[in-house]
Structures are given as structure tokens and as C-alpha cells.
Design a protein around this ligand. Structure first.
Ligand SMILES: Cc1ncc(COP(=O)(O)O)c(C=O)c1O
Length: 376
């Protein structure tokens, strides 16, 4: 059997990671400002995370959701405290798409409605309704086209209000900072208007925090910057620091019923141990505050560099457009300077490092970026 070839691959074999560094099978060391697509939140193979998973693995790797699993309650309590959402409840699942799929379902169950408003350039995953709410027709299969999703441009208040006039919406789903779409910030006034319209029309506000959440923006949720509270938050990526785990934080107005949602693997003991380790390290190492500070430093320094266009972001979720003459910048950073960065459509470089990235590592990146720009 061979692999189903769906990923364009860099010709590299990464075999080890530690903090913000990874190594390939040739022994070359790389600085990782991509974090395996915003997944590495507390640093590769953080010792506390390794120890928590190892201990749990020796004790009990898996049991199903048919028995009480105390680690789930511990995770819900800790996540409530760290995120400031103590009065929400937690549904655990395995991936970002699954979290959004469940959030959309919950919104529809709750309102009895079908229509969902999503935004241009948004990305919500590759499953049934999550992919239909994703603004990329190339990945939407005919079977996913239910006709239940309508799109509006991000930050267009008129189009937003119009959507509420034209449709009886079950939900609005929005990333506080679009990730795959190229680090596009939802403006505070836009998020605040979504909040007030959802309240007025009894629609559900879903804050897709799969990429922009878990402290990455310098606040626990990027939507917090706008001072709004969503009805449902979806989380994944940074939640497990590489261990697959995801969740939906569910506001108090939703009624839980046995059988309403479910999953085999979601909330398994190993995933809970990994997710608890992440939250413990976030608290102990003050990582959200550090992400805010290191991110601001990076933004300030990047602003000084020539040729970078349209710098944007918050915390350690930063993007900029690469001008045409610098089209190979990301490749050069990777193969000549051994620095991983992310990309997005239209020549955008995305920086999504571990929240524990140090000032020295940020400086190292800036120095190499400066050199890479100068040599083109
Ligand atoms: C904002 C957002 N939502 C959802 C997803 C889907 O997550 P997953 O790949 O874990 O299904 C992603 C993945 O990149 C994402 O960036």
C-alpha cells in the first residue's frame, strides 16, 4: 500500500523536536515558527507534557464515554478557569473540524433552524457542514452542498446586517483572526455587531478558536480582544500541543440531553492528560502574557524591515504579504536559514510559533529574515 497523495510535501524528514526547535534525519536543526500548523503551543516535547502522557499511558490509555472519566471533569474545570469561561460546559472530541461540526449541529438543535452565516476566506474544517462553511469551493464535494451556508465578506457591517434580514440564521461562525485565510483580523466592531445581532435574532454565535484560540493571540480567545462573549467556542490545535484533542465550550443556555452528541475517542484519558499538561504549563509559565509580549516585539521589529507588506496579527499569530520579487522567501528561510514558517494563499507568510518562543529566538528569526530579504 502507498499513501493517498493529498499533501504537497517539503522534502524533509523531521525526527525530533524540543521547545521551538526541530531536527531532521540529517541532524540539521531548525527554528520552528510554524509549530506544525499552529499546533505546538507549549513547545515540542515539553517535559511536563511528556511526563503526564507517559504516566497516563502506563495507568490507562483508553476507556469509552460509557463510564465516568475523572480526568475529563478535571480538564473542564481547569479549562474553565484558564479561559475565563467557568460557567460553560465542555464537549470533548478529536479535531477542529469535528468541534465545528458539533457546534453547528448544537446551534441547529438549539434554534430549530438550518441556515449558517460564514465569512469569505474563512476556514472551518473538511467535514460535512464545516467544509460547506469554508470559503474554498475546491474542497467542497457535491454531497456537502446542502445550501444551508451563506457567505458575507469579513468586516462588512452592511452585508452582515443584510444576512440577518434575508435569512433566519441558526448560527454565525467566525474566526477572531482568520488563519488559513492569511491572518485577517475580524475588527472588534464587527464581532460586537455579530454579538448584538445574534442576541437580537436568537442566533448562535460560534467563535471558531481552533487556530486563533488557546492563548495564541495574547488573550485566551482572540474574540476576547473585542470584549465579546460567544455562545460556543471551538478549540483544537494548541489544546493538545500535538496530541489530537478538541472541544466545544458550550454556554449555559444550551440544554444537554443524553445521546445529543457523542464520539468514541473524544475525551479519552490520554488526550485529557495531554490537554491538562498544556493548561498547567500555560499557567505555570505565564504563556499567554509571554505570547502577547513576544508577539508585540515581533510586530514592532517586523514593521522596521523593508519590503514586507501589510503586516498584521496579534500575539504569536502574525502574517505579512510577500512582494512578488521575494516570492521564494519562505523556501529560502527553510532551506538556507533552516527556519520553518507557515504560508497562506496569495503569497502570505504566517508565523505561528510556540507560545513559549523566547526573545532570543525571535531575534534569531528577525536576523535571518533580514538576511534572506537582503540576498534576494
Ligand atoms: C480556524 C480553523 N478551524 C478549523 C480547522 C480544522 O481543524 P482540523 O484540521 O483539526 O480538523 C482549522 C485547521 O486548520 C482551522 O484553522
Amino acid at each position: 500500500m502507498t499513501l493517498f497523495d493529498v499533501y504537497p510535501l517539503q522534502p524533509l524528514r523531521i525526527v525530533r523536536g524540543e521547545g521551538a526547535r526541530v531536527w531532521d534525519d540529517q541532524g540539521h536543526r531548525y527554528l520552528d515558527l510554524y509549530g506544525g500548523h499552529a499546533v505546538i503551543s507549549i513547545g515540542h516535547s515539553h517535559p511536563h507534557w511528556v511526563q503526564r502522557i507517559e504516566t497516563q499511558l502506563r495507568q490507562l490509555a483508553f476507556y469509552s464515554n460509557s463510564v465516568e472519566l475523572p480526568l475529563q471533569a478535571e480538564l473542564a474545570e481547569t479549562l474553565g478557569r484558564v479561559s475565563g469561561k467557568e460557567h460553560y460546559r465542555l464537549f470533548l472530541c478529536n479535531s477542529g473540524a469535528e468541534a465545528n461540526e458539533n457546534a453547528l449541529k448544537l446551534a441547529s438543535f438549539h434554534t430549530g433552524r438550518r441556515k449558517v452565516l460564514a465569512f469569505q476566506r474563512g476556514f472551518h474544517g473538511r467535514t460535512s457542514l464545516a467544509v460547506e462553511a469554508t470559503d474554498n469551493p475546491a474542497i467542497v464535494a457535491p454531497v456537502n452542498r446542502s445550501g444551508n451556508v451563506v457567505f458575507a465578506p469579513l468586516n462588512d457591517l452592511v452585508a452582515l446586517e443584510q444576512a440577518f434580514v434575508e435569512h433566519e440564521l441558526a448560527a454565525v461562525i467566525v474566526e477572531g483572526i482568520q488563519g488559513v485565510g492569511g491572518i485577517r483580523m475580524a475588527e472588534p466592531a464587527f464581532l460586537q455587531r455579530i454579538r448584538s445581532l445574534c442576541t437580537q435574532h436568537q442566533a448562535v454565535f460560534i467563535a471558531d478558536s481552533v487556530q486563533c484560540g488557546y492563548g495564541r493571540s495574547g488573550r485566551f480567545f482572540s474574540h476576547d480582544h473585542a470584549g465579546v462573549s460567544a455562545d460556543l467556542y471551538t478549540v483544537a490545535k494548541g489544546m493538545g500541543n500535538g496530541f489530537p484533542v478538541a472541544g466545544v465550550l458550550i454556554g449555559p443556555q444550551f440544554e444537554a440531553k443524553h445521546g445529543l452528541l457523542g464520539t468514541t475517542f473524544g475525551g479519552n484519558p490520554l488526550a485529557c492528560a495531554a490537554a491538562l499538561a498544556v493548561l498547567e504549563v500555560i499557567e505555570q509559565e505565564n504563556l499567554i502574557e509571554r505570547a502577547a509580549q513576544t508577539g508585540q516585539y515581533l510586530l514592532d521589529e517586523l514593521r522596521r524591515l523593508p519590503l514586507l507588506e501589510q503586516l498584521r496579527g496579534a500575539g504569536l499569530m502574525i502574517g505579512f504579504d510577500v512582494p512578488a520579487p521575494q516570492a521564494d522567501l519562505r523556501k529560502n528561510l527553510l532551506f538556507q536559514h533552516r527556519i520553518f514558517t507557515g504560508e497562506a494563499k496569495g503569497g502570505v507568510i504566517r508565523l505561528l510559533p510556540s507560545l513559549a518562543l523566547s526573545r532570543a529566538e525571535a531575534d534569531e528569526f528577525l536576523e535571518h529574515l533580514d538576511q534572506a530579504i537582503a540576498t534576494i
